[in-house]
Design a protein around this ligand. Structure first.
Ligand SMILES: Cc1cc2nc3c(=O)[nH]c(=O)nc-3n(C[C@H](O)[C@H](O)[C@H](O)COP(=O)(O)OP(=O)(O)OC[C@H]3O[C@@H](n4cnc5c(N)ncnc54)[C@H](O)[C@@H]3O)c2cc1C
Length: 476
């Protein structure tokens, strides 16, 4: 039976999409791994409307799948194929409610696009440091719901660490106002943390109060060739100390990945030739303008710091080659390489994707053991393991051999299992930053502590007893 009439009196006609072509972009994920169906896509414009929708959905037992920018990589924002669910897109709730330079915080609605928040902060000479390649499409609500990581975690932490408060609409329509921008508030349990990272299964985040930082005024960015991951980890520790904890990003990319990026995007310049076994993209940043200003001899202090560091690393034979960005255009060219990693592997193949984390100290061991396990299954697969070395987080992805592998699709699951075998022995995480969604729904049950799983299930039941919020994701 059609249920759309339950929402017709709550939203304008233009805020309900029910035609197949209109709904289509909201029913498939970015990688094309997950697709589903929904009776309609709903676009509330206020917390009151979200509340009314949830109250009605709860009364009628209708499934609601929250969605932000639909850039999630684990199928969390995609409904099942029954066609009975309603996608609740927060994308039209994108107002800035308040901005405080004095408190260094902003209160924004959950549909605000991350990149827009970067611009907003910069207009006030401040900085919102959450940064990921999907920044032009992902929303702050989605970032909170997935506790997104990205490239600046090594200095500023995950989205969770950047959040002061949230406003949440519960499954039964009640609004919980935890939007306080207070920096200290020990009045009982920190309930916002339950909803951050809950992937739309416990409540709808409608607004958030986020921290701001000093705007970096000087940056130094370099790409360096290293022989192995362990050297990268050692370099990071040294750079963190040498720069006074100014390391904002420390990303690793192997030669296999770089070859794919340069093949798929030939317009991107190759900064190091020949391509070393691994490359580190490192960036340090300072909010002190003087660090970026040329002195009378033409030297720029922050560039000097990184240049000196690289020279010492070269002397110590830790790096084989390096290039340093001398201006913003060159910096962007280096970042372009890293930011094209997800798209280029997607174009090249139908990759095996993972998002693992181990301690930084265990990264090399994990890598060696995962490569060995993978080779037992398929000796010719290409290992494109890249990611946020500073956070012990690798997207240990695999693509088929050059020219294609006719049995590739059959090999994908055994290859994934091989990677997770290596991870299990190191007590690593199966999801460092992308979440569980549908992709890791079954796997979570096998790896999570049983007491924790049972508590998660109790919490889900308490907050959403009818199971109307994003069923089939994260936890039963
Ligand atoms: C090219 C590319 C690069 C990426 N790089 C990174 C990276 O470096 N680090 C990283 O962590 N992720 C990365 N991602 C994944 C993705 O961008 C993040 O997970 C992002 O936080 C999702 O935001 P979104 O608005 O697109 O959410 P969606 O994809 O729309 O939703 C994600 C999940 O959150 C839920 N949800 C969304 N909005 C709300 C809300 N307001 N209230 C409650 N639940 C909600 C959904 O139901 C779903 O379960 C990348 C993705 C792409 C495509």
């Amino acid at each position: 039976m059609n249920n759309i009439h339950h929402f017709n009196d709550l939203l304008d006609d233009k805020d309900i999409l029910s035609l197949a072509d209109d709904k289509a972009p909201f029913l498939q994920d970015w990688r094309g791994n997950y697709s589903g169906d929904a009776e309609a896509v709903l676009f509330p414009r206020s917390t009151a409307q979200v509340s009314a929708i949830m109250r009605r959905a709860n009364e009628q037992g209708l499934t609601i799948v929250p969605q932000g920018g639909n850039t999630g990589l684990v199928g969390g924002g995609i409904p099942d194929t029954s066609g009975k669910a309603f996608v609740l897109s927060l994308s039209r709730m994108n107002k800035v409610r308040s901005f405080s330079e004095a408190n260094r915080s902003m209160v924004v609605e959950s549909g605000c696009i991350l990149q827009e928040l970067h611009k907003l902060a910069e207009e006030h000479d401040l900085y919102f440091p959450l940064n990921l390649a999907a920044k032009g499409s992902c929303t702050i609500g989605g970032n909170l719901a997935t506790n997104a990581g990205g490239v600046n975690v090594v200095r500023y932490g995950n989205t969770r660490d950047l959040c002061l408060g949230i406003e949440v609409v519960m499954a039964d329509g009640r609004v919980m106002d935890l939007l306080t921008p207070l920096r200290k508030d020990n009045t009982g349990y920190d309930l916002k943390q339950l909803f951050i990272g809950s992937e739309g299964t416990l409540g709808i985040i409608t607004a958030a109060s986020m921290k701001l930082f000093s705007l970096p005024k000087a940056r130094a960015t370099a790409l360096a060739g290293i022989p192995n991951i362990a050297t990268g980890v050692e370099l990071l520790g040294k750079l963190q100390a040498a720069s006074g904890e100014q390391v904002e990003a420390f990303e690793i990319m192997p030669d296999t990945l770089l070859n794919v990026i340069f093949k798929q995007f030939p317009e991107i310049p190759r900064p190091l030739d020949p391509i070393p076994e691994f490359m580190i993209l490192m960036e340090i940043a300072s909010s002190d303008e003087k660090d970026g200003r040329e002195d009378e001899t033409g030297r720029v202090p922050i560039i000097e710091t990184l240049e000196g560091f690289l020279a010492e690393a070269f002397e110590a034979e830790m790096i084989s080659d390096a290039t340093l960005a001398r201006n913003e255009t060159q910096r962007q060219q280096l970042w372009d390489i890293r930011e094209h990693a997800p798209e280029s592997t997607k174009r090249e193949s139908n990759p095996v994707n993972t998002d693992i984390s181990v301690t930084r100290a265990d990264l090399q061991t994990f890598y060696d053991s995962a490569v060995a396990e993978v080779r037992k299954v398929c000796p010719v697969t290409r290992v494109c393991s890249y990611g946020h070395l500073g956070d012990g987080n690798l997207h240990f992805n695999l693509i088929e051999k050059e020219g294609g592998d006719p049995d590739w699709l059959d090999k994908k699951e055994p290859l994934k299992a091989a990677i997770y075998r290596a991870l299990a022995s190191l007590n690593g995480s199966i999801s460092a930053e992308h979440g569980i969604g549908v992709m890791k729904f079954e796997q979570l049950k096998q790896v999570k502590d049983p007491v924790a799983l049972s508590l998660m299930s109790n919490i889900k039941h308490l907050l959403d007893p009818k199971g109307i919020l994003n069923p089939g994701k994260v936890i039963d």
